[in-house]
Write a protein that binds this ligand. Structure first.
Ligand code: ZN
Length: 330
C-alpha cells in the first residue's frame, strides 16, 4: 500500500502535492491538540493510577509508547491547558506549537496571559525564547536531565583535568553502546564537587581513569545496599506510622515490624496496586504501608493480610477515592 501511495503521490502536480501536505499538517495539529485534550481528561479522572501506572508520565511512556520527551511535552501542555484553556485553541489552529506552549506555560499568569499569548501567536521557537527573555521573566530553574544515549558516542575526556591522569587525543574513541546507556546532566555545588574528587582519589586503585560514572555507580550501589539492609531490619523506615516496640500492641494503628517485614517480602518491595485488567504497578519508589481495610474502619495492623505496600501516588489516590474527593479542576 505504501508503494501505491508513493506512485499516487508521484502523479500529483507540484501544487496539489503542496496543498495536500498543508492539509495533512493541519490534521496533524488538530490531532495533537486532541491528544492534549484527552490527556487533560485522563489526568482529571486519574485514569493512569486507576490502570496500574504510578503517574500519567509512566502511562504515556509505557502504555502509549511516547518517548520521554514527547510524553513530557504533552503532559506539560495538558496541565497548562487545564489552567489556561486558551492554549488548546492555539494548538489546534497552529498559532502555537507544542514546544512553544511548554516554553511559555511556566510564565503564564492570569494577569499577563492575554498580552503574552497575543505576542506569542505564530512565532517561531527562537522568537518565543527571546519573547520570554525580553519580558525579563525568570526562566524556570533547570531540571536534572537524563538522556538515553543512542548507538554510538565518542568516549569523552573526564571534565576535571586537575585530578585526572592526562588523556591523549588517541584515547578518544567511538564505542558501541550495548546495553543502552544514559547521559546524566545535573548541576551540583562545590561540596559535591569536592566529594567526587575525594572519592576519585580514594578509588584511584580501582578506577585509574577516575570516571564519574564509575564513582557514582559505586556510591549508589553502597547506598542501596545500606538502605536495603536498613529496610530488612526495620521495614518501612519511610513510614510515619513507625517504630516503637509498643507499636506492636494489638489495636494500634501502627504496623509492627514483623508484619512490615513479611509484607515487604510478600510484595517484593514493590507497589501492590493491581488494576482491573490485572496490570500491577511497577513502582519501587516512595513505598508506604497501607491498611487494606482502614484502621478507622476496624482494619487490623497486626495482620499481614490487611497490610500492603503502595507507592505514594497510589496510596494518596486511593485515600482520595476512599474519602470521595476526586480531584476537580476548574
Ligand atoms: Zn503504585
Amino acid at each position: 500500500m505504501g508503494n501505491n501511495t508513493a506512485w499516487a503521490l508521484r502523479a500529483l502536480t507540484d501544487q496539489d502535492l503542496l496543498a495536500r501536505l498543508s492539509e495533512l499538517t493541519a490534521q496533524e495539529r488538530g490531532c495533537a491538540a486532541e491528544v492534549v485534550e484527552h490527556l487533560m481528561e485522563v489526568d482529571r479522572r486519574d485514569l493512569s493510577l486507576d490502570n496500574g501506572y504510578s503517574s500519567l508520565f509512566e502511562y504515556c511512556v509505557s502504555k502509549l509508547g511516547y518517548s520521554r520527551q514527547a510524553a513530557y511535552f504533552r503532559i506539560r501542555a495538558a496541565r497548562a491547558a487545564a489552567e489556561f484553556p486558551e492554549l488548546l485553541e492555539r494548538l489546534r489552529s497552529g498559532a502555537l506549537q507544542l514546544d512553544a506552549v511548554v516554553r511559555l506555560c511556566p510564565h503564564l499568569k492570569d494577569d499577563n496571559k492575554e498580552q503574552l499569548l497575543a505576542q506569542a501567536d505564530g512565532k517561531t521557537d527562537r522568537e518565543i525564547r527571546s519573547l520570554v527573555a525580553a519580558l525579563q521573566i525568570q526562566p524556570a530553574p533547570e531540571r536534572d536531565v537524563i538522556i538515553a544515549v543512542s548507538a554510538r558516542r565518542p568516549d569523552p575526556v573526564p571534565t576535571d583535568a586537575s585530578s585526572t591522569p592526562a588523556q591523549g587525543p588517541g584515547d578518544q574513541k567511538v564505542q558501541i553502546i550495548d546495553p543502552p546507556q544514559h547521559r546524566f546532566h545535573f548541576t551540583g555545588d562545590d561540596e559535591l564537587f569536592s566529594m567526587i574528587n575525594r572519592l576519585r582519589g580514594l578509588l584511584r586503585h580501582k578506577y585509574p581513569d577516575g570516571r564519574i560514572e564509575a564513582i557514582f555507580k559505586e556510591a549508589a550501589g553502597e547506598l542501596l545496599e545500606r538502605l536495603d539492609r536498613t529496610r530488612r531490619s526495620k521495614p518501612g523506615a519511610t513510614d510515619q506510622t513507625a517504630p516503637a516496640p509498643k507499636a506492636a500492641r494489638r489495636g494500634s494503628r501502627l504496623v509492627p515490624r514483623a508484619v512490615k517485614r513479611r509484607v515487604w517480602e510478600r510484595d517484593g518491595g514493590r507497589c501492590a496496586y493491581v488494576a482491573k485488567d490485572g496490570r500491577r504497578c511497577e513502582s519501587h519508589d516512595a513505598l508506604e504501608y497501607d491498611h487494606i481495610v482502614a484502621w478507622a474502619d476496624g482494619g487490623r495492623s497486626d495482620l499481614a493480610d490487611n497490610i500492603r505496600l503502595l507507592c505514594r501516588p497510589h496510596n494518596q489516590w486511593l485515600g482520595r477515592r476512599r474519602f470521595g474527593n476526586r480531584r476537580e479542576k476548574p
